[in-house]
Design a protein around this ligand. Structure first.
Ligand SMILES: NC(=O)c1ccc[n+]([C@@H]2O[C@H](COP(=O)([O-])OP(=O)(O)OC[C@H]3O[C@@H](n4cnc5c(N)ncnc54)[C@H](OP(=O)(O)O)[C@@H]3O)[C@@H](O)[C@H]2O)c1
Length: 359
């Protein structure tokens, strides 16, 4: 019998909603070893990484110091900050650390040519790979439709509808400060702030990625948004939502060829239970329709359990768990891949590393 391979050494980068789920997963996976933890908030400096994720201490201390992290020996960094920094990512790759991230890089060709060249050079220099993963953008808008088209002769149209109430998303900074819920209606546009521009960009990336892989010959991907006011005041975690401020956003990203829509991602995002009556009424979660020969439709839900009786917040957390797990489960494939940028269309099927956990 061959000895068990050594666990992969992993650094967790950022300890927000996704980062803490990632820490729990790394701690729970015998094939992984947590060796470092990067945080941003100075009050977390020196805190035990496991304790930041609600677990008993593991001895790995969080640090705000980039150089300390860069100097560490690790196989992979689980890079999950709010905003990405290409310089940091390139330095990590050059230092010999592979990177999985939930934050960007779903369709590398969307990057400016100079940034793409920089990333590729960093991978080459470090002999490393980088992979963008997650729930959506990620598995739902990438792997799911690609897999569905595997049973289709010819594709005519792809449409994803996402319906979600953001009241349950713990990262209220993202909901209110970045996505502009609770702000004047005119504050929401694709150019409203760096986050929305970036967020819109990553959904566009998913459309370009699908179009590229499926020979759609897209010539443009557009973004439109309809913004509607909240009808009532509401409390969302520690934040106040005031009536008349942004309470609902319908974003539509459309991949077109010659003006004709071929691929569409439509989000119906609301807060505090409000749902505009004139909007379509898809089921909560995601509905993916591939129109073609033959056509297929899947409704996807991600909950903490369909059988166990779990508290509601656990169901809510399931989206962060799934996002983090899609990156964390990709680590062995990313570490084994040849140097370079590995997209969801490049990597082999990513499945649970622990699986049933019986081996
Ligand atoms: N693909 C998907 O499906 C998907 C889904 C959800 C989120 N995401 C992405 O995943 C990333 C993490 O999301 P999240 O929900 O964990 O967000 P979050 O809860 O807001 O946490 C992000 C963390 O980023 C760190 N941070 C603070 N200030 C920062 C700054 N100026 N620049 C960069 N990072 C800063 C903080 O780390 P410390 O607390 O350690 O100091 C914070 O906790 C984001 O990029 C988000 O867009 C992707």
């Amino acid at each position: 019998m061959s000895p068990d391979p050594k666990p992969l050494k992993i650094i967790q980068w950022a300890t927000g909603a996704q980062g803490t789920e990632s820490i729990r997963a790394i701690l729970d996976t015998p094939q992984y070893e947590l060796v470092g933890c990067k945080c941003y908030y100075t009050q977390k400096e020196g805190a035990d990484a496991a304790q930041l994720a609600g677990r008993p201490p593991c001895g790995i201390k969080a640090t705000t110091h980039f150089q300390t992290i860069l100097d560490m020996d690790a196989d992979c960094v689980a890079y999950m900050p709010r905003n990405t920094d290409l310089g940091e990512v390139c330095a990590l790759l050059e230092s010999g650390k592979n990177v999985v991230t939930t934050a960007f890089l779903f369709y590398p060709k969307a990057l400016p040519a100079a940034d793409l060249a920089r990333l590729k050079a960093a991978c080459e220099k470090g002999g490393t790979s980088i992979h963008g993963a997650g729930l959506n953008p990620g598995w739902i808008s990438g792997i799911l439709p690609l897999t569905m088209t595997g049973m289709t002769r010819k594709v005519e149209h792809i449409r994803l509808k996402e319906r979600a109430d953001w009241s349950f998303y713990e990262s209220t900074h993202i909901t209110f400060d970045n996505m502009c819920f609770g702000r004047p209606l005119e504050d929401v546009s694709e150019e409203a702030n760096d986050f929305i521009r970036f967020n819109s960009g990553i959904f566009k990336e998913m459309i370009w990625m699908l179009g590229d892989k499926l020979n759609a010959g897209l010539d443009e991907v557009t973004a439109e948004v309809e913004v509607l006011p909240a009808p009532n005041d509401a409390k969302i975690f520690e934040r106040e939502l005031k009536a008349g401020t942004v309470g609902a956003q319908n974003w539509t990203w459309t991949g077109k060829r010659g003006g004709k829509s071929l691929i569409e991602i439509d989000t119906y995002w609301t807060l505090a239970g409000f749902y505009p009556s004139h909007w379509p009424n898809p089921d909560m979660g995601w509905t993916m329709t591939v129109e073609g020969d033959p056509s297929q439709k899947v409704h996807f839900l991600n909950l903490a359990s369909f059988t166990r009786d779990v508290p509601f917040p656990e169901h809510v957390r399931a989206a962060s768990v799934a996002t983090a797990m899609h990156a964390v489960n990709a680590i062995p494939a990313v570490c084994a891949a040849s140097p370079g940028i590995q997209t969801m269309a490049d990597l082999p099927i990513v499945s649970s590393v622990i699986g049933f956990g019986n081996s």
